[in-house]
Design a protein around this ligand. Structure first.
Ligand SMILES: *[C@@H]1O[C@H](CO)[C@@H](O)[C@H](O)[C@H]1NC(C)=O
Ligand SMILES: *[C@@H]1O[C@H](CO)[C@@H](O)[C@H](O)[C@H]1NC(C)=O
Ligand SMILES: *[C@@H]1O[C@H](CO)[C@@H](O)[C@H](O)[C@H]1NC(C)=O
Ligand SMILES: *[C@@H]1O[C@H](CO)[C@@H](O)[C@H](O)[C@H]1NC(C)=O
Ligand SMILES: *[C@@H]1O[C@H](CO)[C@@H](O)[C@H](O)[C@H]1NC(C)=O
Ligand SMILES: *[C@@H]1O[C@H](CO)[C@@H](O)[C@H](O)[C@H]1NC(C)=O
Ligand SMILES: *[C@@H]1O[C@H](CO)[C@@H](O)[C@H](O)[C@H]1NC(C)=O
Ligand SMILES: *[C@@H]1O[C@H](CO)[C@@H](O)[C@H](O)[C@H]1NC(C)=O
Ligand SMILES: *[C@@H]1O[C@H](CO)[C@@H](O)[C@H](O)[C@H]1NC(C)=O
Length: 456
């Protein structure tokens, strides 16, 4: 066995590739094997080998043979490849690329592939990690307000509940340290966004109110708050003028996405029951955040997004009860994952809604007011994954009505159900078609909401 291996590797050293042993990367060895095969073939044939059963990269190397004469002619007369601007036929370019590759391989390293054309911000321009428009400033400042509340919230929960209360909810000292670490991540996120906005203008931390009395409710609130924090950023990231600032924000929000999932795990939920995390508009995120801000420093820049009238789900599925059973689907102790064989909700479920009229004073220092430009309520918009799905609003009576949880799969049969996890619903006056990048077209049609629907 050993002998054959040595023999085989000796054979693979044949042909031109004297430097072959220097390459143990896949591409290196497949190059030398390919070239060896090629040489073997051309010794006994006068034509190129058939294309069948040759990998794409090998096919390129076969292509080299035809142009070999040209290539060597060029190489004799020049010491470098022609400047990129020289118009070359594709096949000729391939041959030159081959020559470079060949030289690098002889020298003991592989060449980097040429950078594909296109892209933005890749031409050596200096990144500018600051807002380039009011839209940028207001979006990032909203995100900063979100980071500040998360920092306060995580600390608050750790301080509010005793060790015994956490242990009774199945959360041990290491779990609590993870929450402590998340708070520290928020320090970093707030610092980053403050630097992006400029310390003079960036919002400072506020005081907050929270709707929980137990550890389980705290964890539930955390997974909900981080859900709209995360989705609120996904909604505007692509629309920022400053792509460089978007890059930094993205690197914070992916961290927040992990926090959201971990809080779901602490709640005993299935950690990620969707294929895609959804995005919402700034006004939707601000509507959800505003009620928890009590008082902010006077210097904080005013948040210029719209506040919609509040929407309440009268029978929102409740994931907070703690069941410690071995029955699959009925164990909600903290875990990496639990099968939800008894799902929190299902398509066709009746959902009862009440909502407020516009004109209510909300948020910190009572300095905001809810508004809407929509006509009469007609639909419920369900924003989840890549989709905004509408259901009809029934039994409309003043500010109340009911609807049915929709069915629908992201990409049709045998793909993920659209409605799952912590997702967003709102009352609308129309059922306009929107996709992730133009979801803000929905803002003028919102009668009330969003609210977070705990579908799974
Ligand atoms: C390979 O080495 C030779 C001799 O040192 C050098 O002239 C040549 O530029 C090298 N080629 C590449 C592609 O690095
Ligand atoms: C890079 O591209 C941008 C946009 O096309 C242009 O404004 C800028 O001058 C370029 N910078 C450099 C260093 O070439
Ligand atoms: C769940 O039950 C097991 C077995 O009785 C026990 O060891 C564990 O502490 C319980 N966990 C919680 C969170 O109640
Ligand atoms: C909000 O109220 C607090 C406490 O009265 C005050 O210190 C702060 O300046 C106010 N902020 C705004 C934005 O008015
Ligand atoms: C889970 O078990 C608890 C305790 O036996 C029970 O009260 C509850 O109804 C069960 N939940 C479901 C969804 O079956
Ligand atoms: C978990 O759910 C999957 C999908 O329904 C099922 O195939 C699997 O058997 C379940 N496992 C357990 C342990 O319940
Ligand atoms: C949500 O996903 C979980 C896990 O895959 C599944 O058990 C549950 O049935 C889903 N819920 C809905 C409403 O589709
Ligand atoms: C969900 O959104 C995706 C992406 O826009 C789309 O391809 C798919 O058809 C939508 N699914 C449904 C049921 O509308
Ligand atoms: C949103 O974009 C989709 C294409 O992705 C388009 O069909 C639709 O008309 C747009 N909606 C509005 C309200 O402009």
């Amino acid at each position: 066995m050993k002998t054959t291996t040595i023999l085989a590797s000796l054979f693979s050293l044949g042909g031109l590739v004297s430097a072959a042993p220097a390459f143990d990367s896949d591409s290196g060895s497949s190059y030398s094997n390919g070239y060896k095969d090629y040489q073997k073939y051309t010794k006994t044939h006068t034509s190129r080998p058939p294309a069948t059963s040759i990998s794409g990269s090998r096919t390129n190397r076969w292509g080299y043979k035809d142009g070999a004469g040209d290539m060597y002619a060029y190489a004799k007369a020049h010491t470098s490849v022609p400047p990129a601007a020289t118009p070359l036929s594709d096949s000729y370019k391939n041959r030159l690329a081959y020559k470079d590759t060949h030289m690098y391989i002889q020298n003991g390293s592989l060449p980097p592939p040429p950078t594909p054309a296109g892209g933005l911000g890749t031409n050596g321009s200096i990144p500018y990690y600051h807002p380039l428009s009011d839209f940028d400033f207001q979006s990032i400042n909203l995100a900063l307000n979100q980071e500040w509340i998360e920092l306060d919230l995580f600390h608050h929960g750790l301080a509010k509940f005793s060790v015994e209360e956490f242990e009774a909810a199945g959360m041990n000292a290491e779990d609590r340290y993870l929450i402590q670490f998340m708070a520290e991540q928020e320090v970093g996120h707030a610092m980053l966004l403050t630097n992006i906005l400029g310390p003079e203008r960036a919002a400072k931390q506020c005081t907050y109110r929270y709707p929980f009395e137990t550890v389980r409710e705290f964890v539930d609130f955390c997974q909900k708050l981080t859900r709209f924090g995360e989705s609120g950023v996904y909604g505007f990231l692509e629309h920022l003028n400053s792509r460089d600032a978007a890059q930094l924000l993205l690197q914070s929000i992916t961290t927040e996405a992990r926090q959201q999932m971990i809080f779901r795990q602490f709640e005993g939920l299935f950690p990620m029951p969707v294929w895609f995390e959804t995005g919402i508009t700034q006004s939707m995120a601000w509507t959800l955040l505003a009620p928890y801000l009590v008082s902010c420093p006077a210097e904080n820049p005013r948040i210029e997004w719209q506040n919609f009238p509040a929407l309440n789900i009268e029978n929102n599925p409740d994931a907070t009860p703690l069941y410690n059973t071995s029955i699959p689907g009925n164990d909600t102790t903290p875990a990496i994952t639990h099968n939800r064989t008894i799902p929190l909700s299902y398509p066709g479920r009746e959902v009862y809604l009440t909502w407020e009229l516009p004109g209510k004073i909300v948020s910190y220092n009572n300095s905001y007011i809810t508004t809407t430009t929509a006509g009469p309520p007609k639909y419920v918009a369900w924003i989840s994954q890549l989709n905004t799905t509408y259901t009809e609003l029934f039994d409309i009576d003043g500010q109340s009505g009911m609807t049915y949880q929709p069915f629908g799969r992201v990409f049709g049969d045998n793909t993920a159900p659209i409605v799952n996890g912590t997702m967003f619903i709102m009352i609308t006056d129309d059922d306009i078609y929107v996709t992730p990048s133009n979801i803000s077209e929905l803002n003028p049609h919102i009668v009330a909401g969003p609210a977070l629907y705990q579908s799974g």
